[in-house]
Write a protein that binds this ligand. Structure first.
Ligand code: F6P
Length: 367
């Protein structure tokens, strides 16, 4: 039977636990042996109790729980070849020949590098007499399957990453809560949301809460112009009788000269030009914690099922797959093609080709 390791890596995301649960239980149902690797790549390098065989009951109550119960870490040791060599030894000693990695683009790229290096790592382990050569024959290939867990929804080739919708719910609840106090005091609020270099959370939150103005990295406003346009729009909204002004800003927001736009700059502008009593709220990690919403439980479960199926179908000559979803269908596409497409967005922004960035990110909103 295949022995399948599962790990979560990078920033946690609601839905990672349901994904782990699905991988563990479907592995067992399909006659494989699942292992949880604790603390992401750090657990692969450390081995010992950080690599544990999982049973059906071990993932009991994972479905509604937030964060990742098997831990995550940003691991420097795995970036070094010596760390990856140790990781390969730890896997071979336990007979693990497949890994399901749940994380963002950086974590998934790391997994693909590991797979590409694998035969060389195995040879080196034999040379250094750290594993027997018969074992090396049995473990010539490592199968990698990626699942995208990130609240940022910043991965190309999939409509939705695991965790993004839960985070959006949390943001909407928070903006609604802020709105009520804003109305009481007739105040303006500048609310910063996460997303790294991706404006999806800010854009969706703006639509879902009816914000007055938005800043997202993919559609930077022209410096010197946006200040007037924003103030004029907010003034008009106030004239129409609105007692609150809500501005949502993505943490990666920039202007058309690629300079960061900061919440405090917006606050100062609103105070000075419109005389609005303005507060800044950085929502922070409340956006990432807490129980996954129904959609993320569902998405993580069906993608987890597909991840195990992809391990069973895998062939040493085909590229590592990434499980995604497009138009409500679960997809299985080459992982590195998705990563490259994702990087194209940042490259377009760096070249100030904002239209291309928006089309790559979200064609529906590009106009
Ligand atoms: O990628 C997920 C994310 O929450 C981003 O939105 C945010 O920029 C970053 O991680 C925060 O990372 P940390 O938890 O290390 O501060």
């Amino acid at each position: 039977p295949r022995r399948i390791g599962v790990l979560t890596s990078g920033g946690d995301a609601p839905g990672m636990n349901p994904a782990v649960r699905a991988v563990v239980r479907v592995s067992i149902a399909r006659g494989c042996v699942p292992f949880a690797i604790y603390d992401g790549y750090q657990g692969l390098v450390d081995g010992g109790r950080k690599i544990r065989q999982m049973e059906w009951k071990d993932v009991h109550s994972f479905l509604p729980s937030g964060g990742t119960n098997i831990g995550t870490a940003r691991c420097m040791a795995f970036k070094e070849r010596a760390g990856r060599l140790q990781a390969a030894q730890n896997l071979i000693e336990r007979g693990i020949d497949a890994l399901v990695v749940i994380g963002g683009d950086g974590s998934l790229t790391g997994a693909d590098v590991f797979r590409a290096e694998w035969p060389g790592l195995v040879d080196e382990l034999v040379q250094q007499k750290r594993i027997a050569s018969e074992l090396a024959q049995r473990y010539r290939h490592l199968t990698i399957v990626g699942l995208v867990g990130s609240i940022d929804n910043d991965m190309a080739s999939t409509d939705m990453t695991i965790g993004a919708v839960s985070s959006l719910h949390r943001i909407c609840e928070s903006v609604d809560a802020i709105s009520s106090t804003a109305i009481s005091h007739s105040r303006a609020f500048v609310i910063e949301v996460m997303g790294r270099h991706c404006g999806w959370l800010a854009l969706m939150a703006g639509i879902c809460t009816g914000a007055d103005w938005l800043f997202i990295p993919e559609r930077p406003p022209v410096d010197g112009e946006w200040q007037d346009r924003m103030c004029e729009t907010l003034r008009q909204h106030r004239e129409m009788g609105k007692r609150k002004s809500i501005i949502i800003i993505s943490e990666g927001a920039i202007d058309s000269d690629l300079r960061p736009i900061k919440p405090d700059d917006i606050k100062d502008l609103l105070c000075q030009r419109l005389n609005l009593d303005t507060r800044v709220t950085l929502l922070g990690h409340v956006q990432r914690g807490g129980s996954p919403c129904a959609y993320d439980r569902f998405l993580a479960t069906v993608q987890g099922v597909e991840a195990v199926e992809a391990v069973l179908r895998a062939n040493p000559d085909t590229p590592s797959p990434m499980i995604g979803t497009r138009e409500n269908r679960i997809t299985c596409e080459p992982l590195m093609a998705a990563v490259e497409l994702t990087h194209k967005v940042s490259k377009s922004i760096a070249k100030k080709d904002f239209q291309a960035a928006m089309e790559l990110r979200s064609p529906d909103f590009a106009d």
